[in-house]
Design a protein around this ligand. Structure first.
Ligand SMILES: Nc1ccn([C@@H]2O[C@H](COP(=O)(O)OP(=O)(O)OP(=O)(O)O)[C@@H](O)[C@H]2O)c(=O)n1
Ligand SMILES: C[C@](O)(CO)[C@H](O)COP(=O)(O)O
Length: 417
């Protein structure tokens, strides 16, 4: 039994018709990663949120995996409301396995049309202690911790809370001809995440019989819930139309600061060892010895990544004296460094690696290494560069006693907001 107090649902099951994007807009790239990856990272990184579930469309599993790796998800429905309901129902179960499906607590006639109900579930009616839930559009990628803080604070006294922005333009009715002007003082632009006490949100969704709502807060109000308005954020604009992507890129660029750092590592070549380089096993008469699997390339890149956020070096996080790292796969060190950057809202832009050795020849393995490093860091292949050089038979690399690697990493991290 888990004890989730505050959970988040990201609805990402839409097809994004209005965006004109070739792929559903939540999987389109923004600042080097999927739109959804920004929303997910923001919720995952918040210390008060202990469970995040993504609601995806049927058949979007591969896109989700490419964007986020292994995460908890559920299949949504034909409308945003039904997708939210699928997420809420999933939170009534304790099973957190990726691919979790909605539980049997949903009356048959209220189940999301596309929901697969064949998977694991808990007993009907069970709730597992989720007290608060944040419901967020994947299509609103730039979510700050400050907005989440304001929403959760408002839940101390209210049933729900939504981020709101004032309306700056004159508002009027009319079709082709201008009709009456609408007073804008009491109007707001409502964003997500929308925060609720879980049981209230679940009841409101399960019992909904009205016309298709545009958000969750109006469903809360329909059952008598009080919903607070908290200060929204212009960064939280939803990506809806084609021009919104360029606007989002500009907003992102304005808040991010570029950082570059380097990493350097050397390991000894010895007979009887495997040769792991760049996450690839390379046939050679000698292999590298030392910390973990001694993948000098991944170690140099890990140090470069850690350097971009001033988070020490590989030894700080994985001390060589700790026996648990003996023979370990260095891929986990690389991914740990990437996860620290992601937790700070950072984006990895580019990796450049130079291997320094007389043998083996790196050329035949360059593509495999590039693709493996890109896969581990969830980058495109053209964001990873691999070069090699000899030292003209000079020094320890020239004598074939060891291999050296130097790496540079460029990332963008959020500035002050
Ligand atoms: N059946 C649906 C429809 C929408 N959404 C999600 O709800 C959020 C807000 O909806 P919207 O911006 O309207 O997204 P789409 O429905 O994908 O866009 P469009 O209406 O242009 O097709 C998006 O993150 C979208 O993925 C969902 O989970 N399930
Ligand atoms: C939920 C929402 O983002 C709040 O502003 C909005 O209502 C979604 O509307 P859409 O028509 O589904 O994009």
């Amino acid at each position: 039994m888990t004890s989730t107090k505050t959970a988040a649902i990201i609805v990402a099951a839409g097809t994004g018709v209005r965006s004109g994007s070739a792929v559903p807009k939540q999987y389109a790239r923004l600042g080097g990663k999927a739109v959804l990856a920004h929303s997910y990272a923001a919720l995952r990184a918040h210390p008060a949120i202990d469970r995040v579930i993504v609601v995806i469309g049927a058949g979007q599993e591969a896109s989700l995996h490419e964007a986020l790796g292994e995460v908890e998800y559920v299949i949504g429905g034909a409308t945003r409301r039904l997708s939210v309901l699928a997420g809420l129902e999933a939170l009534t179960t304790s099973n957190r396995h990726p691919g979790l499906v909605p539980g049997s607590t949903v009356p048959r006639d209220q189940r999301p049309e596309s929901a697969d109900t064949s998977g694991p579930r808990d007993e009907p009616g069970e709730t597992i202690g989720v007290e608060r839930v944040l419901i967020h559009d994947a299509a609103r990628p730039f979510l700050s911790a400050a907005v989440i803080d304001r929403l959760l604070a408002a839940l101390d006294t209210q049933d729900g809370a939504v981020p709101a922005l004032p309306v700056a333009d004159t508002l009027a009715r009319g079709e082709a001809e201008l009709g009456e002007t609408v007073a804008r003082d009491a109007l707001h632009r409502i964003q997500t995440p929308q925060a609720f006490h879980f049981a209230t949100a679940l009841a409101a969704h399960r019992g909904w019989t009205g016309a298709e709502p545009t958000d969750d807060a109006q469903m809360l109000r329909a059952v008598g819930g009080r919903v607070a308005l908290v200060e929204g954020d212009p960064m939280l604009e939803k990506i809806t139309h084609p021009t919104d992507f360029a606007a989002a890129e500009s907003r992102l660029a304005a808040t991010m600061r570029s950082r570059t750092a380097t990493g350097f590592d050397v390991h000894r070549l010895e007979a009887g060892e495997e040769l792991w380089l760049g996450g690839v096993l390379i046939p050679h008469d000698k292999g590298l010895s030392g910390h973990s699997d001694a993948d000098v390339a991944l170690h140099a890149i890990t140090d470069a990544l850690l350097g971009t956020i001033a988070a020490g070096d590989i030894g700080t996080h994985f001390p060589p004296s700790d026996p648990q790292w003996r023979g370990a796969d260095s891929a986990q060190f690389l991914q740990h460094a990437a996860s620290l950057i992601e937790a700070r809202g950072g984006i990895i832009d580019f990796i450049d690696l130079t291997l320094i050795c007389e043998a083996p020849k790196i050329g035949p393995h360059r593509i495999a290494m590039r693709d493996r490093i890109a896969e581990l860091l969830r980058l495109d292949a053209d964001q990873v560069s691999i070069k090699a050089t000899t030292t003209e038979r000079l020094g320890f690399t020239g004598r074939g006693e060891g291999i050296a690697a130097q790496a540079a990493a460029t990332v963008r991290v959020p500035g002050e907001r």
